[in-house]
Design a protein around this ligand. Sequence first.
Ligand SMILES: Cc1cc2nc3c(=O)[nH]c(=O)nc-3n(C[C@H](O)[C@H](O)[C@H](O)COP(=O)(O)OP(=O)(O)OC[C@H]3O[C@@H](n4cnc5c(N)ncnc54)[C@H](O)[C@@H]3O)c2cc1C
Length: 452
Amino acid sequence: MKVVVLGAGIIGISTAWHLLERGHEVTVVERQSDAALETSFANAAQISVSYCEPWANKDAPLKALKWMFRNDAPLLFRPQLPWGEGWQQWRWALQFLAQCNDAAFERNVQQLVALGAYSHDALKDVVRATGIAFHRLERGIAHYYTDPRAFDTAGDAAELMRQYGVARRVVSTAELLKIEPAFASFAHRIVGGTYTASDESGDARVFTQALAQRCSARGAQLLYNHDVLRLEKTGNAIDSVAIHARATDAQGQNDAKTTRLKADAVVVACGSYSAPLLRTVGVDLPIYPGKGYSATFKLRQPGRAPFVSAIDDEVKCAMSRLGDELRVAGTIEVGGYDLSLTTPLARARCKMLAKRVEQVLPGVCDTRLEEEGGNPRFWAGLRPATPTNIPYIGKTRVARLWVNAGHGTLGWTHGAGSGKALAELISGTVPEMAFGFYGVERRRVQLKPQTA
Ligand SMILES: Cc1cc2nc3c(=O)[nH]c(=O)nc-3n(C[C@H](O)[C@H](O)[C@H](O)COP(=O)(O)OP(=O)(O)OC[C@H]3O[C@@H](n4cnc5c(N)ncnc54)[C@H](O)[C@@H]3O)c2cc1C
């Protein structure tokens, strides 16, 4: 089949790779000059099959309310005017609230774990087949707590994960330091933690760009610097995709004509921009941008830097070592498509990340800000968030139109598997996993706990 994939983030490129594996003819359209230059560019680098709890839980509404006026709040709702595009935010928030209960939380965790496990296997297969190096560290993920009350709930969360086959265990501060001695200077604040040895970390951008090159070498056509203008429909079927080359000369001259791509299948994998694009052809999915920030620092003392990737429960950030650098990322802001790094709010959030790294790993990185003579690389990305944190992978009600989007906080973790699953669906088989694919009959999906 001839398949056009829209978007060259981790999801679009993984989809392209797995389609090629199944013998399809693939074209990828991407507005940037390379793959992974938007949300897949500088995330927290965690491949966290086990740390996959959605943000929507029974305590989230009260916490979000308390955090409304804190610039450095882990979860910040920035209300838009409730009409036009702003209405999408309010609708999304209401749907998010509907997920903030124990039953929905457990149902969502179940599916996220299933997709995570399937995806981890798919990632290992791709790495075996391609030999791609991406600063991969197979050293697990540790989650440390500084608040005894928060730590009290860690056991229940670990138990829930174990029910679904994830070996997350509760560890004392002493055990945690044996697993990762780099946190010794912060040990006086740590009250305990959890650890999953099977999780990993690695650079999503490096992986995605390398996989995109492999796709190209296998015959995929990669149309970088091309905007997707619209999806064109005849009756209830996609007829073509209108695309336009971006100006690439210094004067911004652009004589390019709009081109129409025809295909047997079109996959929308445009991250946060998938929802507005799909809405133009009557497919209405609750995918809304959740802005997050990261900071990447050069290591000053590599010998004292962690190898185990970590989650800091107090400020809800994640840290991963990527070669001779440390990446720290976190916070979610639900407030539209703004990617700015210079507003007072954005500055406060970036500074919070730098300050936290210095508190937890004093002297290990060069965390000086630009005004202090440092060279931190701050970045913001828009997580394609759904109220459940479960992505839409499957078939839309418009013939020939497929979707692979809405991966929220877990797109790197779920990337390889989401690509493989959609490639299987397009090829006519439903993957064997406890996951509800979009537009695919649910009776074939069993939602049962795995055995530990
Ligand atoms: C701060 C932060 C930390 C994170 N940490 C982690 C983590 O540790 N682990 C994890 O698993 N996940 C993490 N994530 C989530 C993960 O990064 C995302 O879920 C994932 O990158 C989404 O991939 P995607 O391919 O759907 O979107 P993208 O990477 O955004 O790709 C979509 C592509 O579509 C293109 N596009 C959109 N519209 C058009 C158009 N009209 N025309 C042409 N091209 C278009 C864009 O240019 C883009 O390249 C984090 C995210 C953030 C922001």
